[in-house]
Design a protein around this ligand. Structure first.
Ligand SMILES: *Cc1c(COP(=O)(O)O)cnc(C)c1O
Length: 380
């Protein structure tokens, strides 16, 4: 069969049909792209609605610190210049803030970039990477993209079963991904069980502790991944400015890891993987911890508000330490998701996470939460 052949299409006339998919790397051929939350503009176009609220992507309802806007303003005159490829100022700020060596810091174009760097640097076909069922969809994607094998370990009460995950490690395992708290379930692992897990993991298996929601946790409530770095040199702590800092649009995340791991990650990253405005914005955001504290307080109040409201409707939630909740509907979530869209409320279906009877809702402002609860009541 020829690689390309002309095909008649009723609308477009003759078009070429070619088997380009077969040219893709084996892991890429079977990849299905990440499904993001529906953008507000798209729903506006589709349904002609206005006054839409989006509680679908765990974004910060307070926006970001006003200091960030000033910082971005001051960078606008330099758009023609390449950013500092080493991100020195931000790395220094992070190292100072967390009291860790600068040589442990990697910057990413979002923490998704960090996850991808780990995959590209440390995984090859034949290798295995372990993660939990109902965990972040990006883990299987980065593993599959490089032709490695993802091992999904059955969850325990919707969260990570660290004992089973340790048992799933074989000679082929190179990386383990743990989201703490986990997305989409909001579940968490405690200090003691994480410590026991890290003790059981061979030193040549890397453990990524994805703490994208770490800032939403009250200090002392959950283990701080950075505290493990000195005892377990195979730990990579990944964090982001997308969630509590409210900079999702700018794409900026970071990792702390042993300097030799950091060195390897630095070899595979793009020379200018983080843009100049994001670098400036992140420095300003980090300096405004009052904003983070306000975000945390709003989230804690909203978590109570939505939990109480959902229970008043006779439903329940999975207890969460993120800025989102999984609502157990006890019936298929997709029709409810669609009905909520028609009310102008965008939440997140989690059927693709193996949770067809749930919807994930991001904690919003008090008014947004009330609007979600009223819409949910109306559609049930
Ligand atoms: C949101 C999220 C991220 C962060 O993504 P960015 O690329 O930093 O925007 C990472 N891990 C998990 C589990 C998340 O939910």
């Amino acid at each position: 069969m020829p690689f390309c052949r002309a095909k008649q299409d009723r609308k477009k006339g003759a078009i070429m049909a070619c088997d380009f998919i077969s040219l893709a790397a084996p892991g890429v051929q079977k990849l299905s792209p990440y499904q993001p939350g529906k953008p507000i503009e798209e729903l506006e176009r589709e349904l002609g609605l206005n006054d839409i609220i989006k509680l679908a992507s765990n974004e910060n309802p307070l926006g970001c610190s006003p200091r960030v806007l000033t910082a971005i303003d001051s960078g606008l005159g330099e758009l023609a210049l390449y950013p500092d490829g080493n991100g020195f100022v931000l790395k220094k700020a992070l190292a100072d803030f967390y009291d860790r060596p600068l040589a442990e810091v990697t910057l990413g174009n979002g923490s998704n970039d960090i996850l991808e760097l780990v995959g590209r640097a440390f995984l090859k076909p034949g290798d295995e990477a372990v993660f939990s069922q109902h965990s972040f969809a990006v883990y299987p994607l980065v593993v599959q993209a490089v032709g490695a094998t993802g091992i999904s370990v059955p969850a325990l009460e919707w969260g990570h079963d660290l004992v089973a995950m340790a048992a799933a490690i074989t000679d082929k395992t190179r990386v383990v991904f743990i989201a703490n708290p986990n997305n989409p379930t909001g579940t968490w692992v405690e200090e003691g069980e994480l410590d026991a897990f890290l003790m059981a993991v061979p030193e040549n298996v890397l453990v990524v502790l994805d703490e994208a929601y770490g800032e939403y946790v009250e200090p002392g409530q959950l283990p701080n991944g950075l505290d493990f770095l000195d005892r377990y040199p195979n730990v990579i702590v990944s964090r982001t400015f997308s969630k509590a800092y409210g900079l999702a649009a700018l794409r900026i995340g970071y990792a702390f890891a042993h300097p030799d791991i950091t060195n390897v990650l630095n070899r595979v990253r793009q020379p200018f993987n983080v843009n100049a405005l994001a670098l400036r914005a992140a420095v300003a955001a980090l300096a405004d911890q009052d904003f983070v504290a306000r975000s945390r307080a709003l989230n804690a109040a909203g978590m109570l508000q939505i939990t109480a409201g959902v229970r008043a409707l006779g439903l329940d939630v999975i207890p969460s330490r993120g800025n989102f909740l999984c609502v157990h509907l006890g019936r298929p979530g997709l029709p409810i998701y669609d009905a909520l869209l028609h009310q102008g409320v965008i939440v997140r279906p989690v059927t693709n996470y193996g949770m067809p009877d749930f919807l994930r809702v991001t904690i919003g402002t008090e008014a947004e939460n009330a609007r979600f609860l009223a819409a949910l009541k109306a559609v049930l």
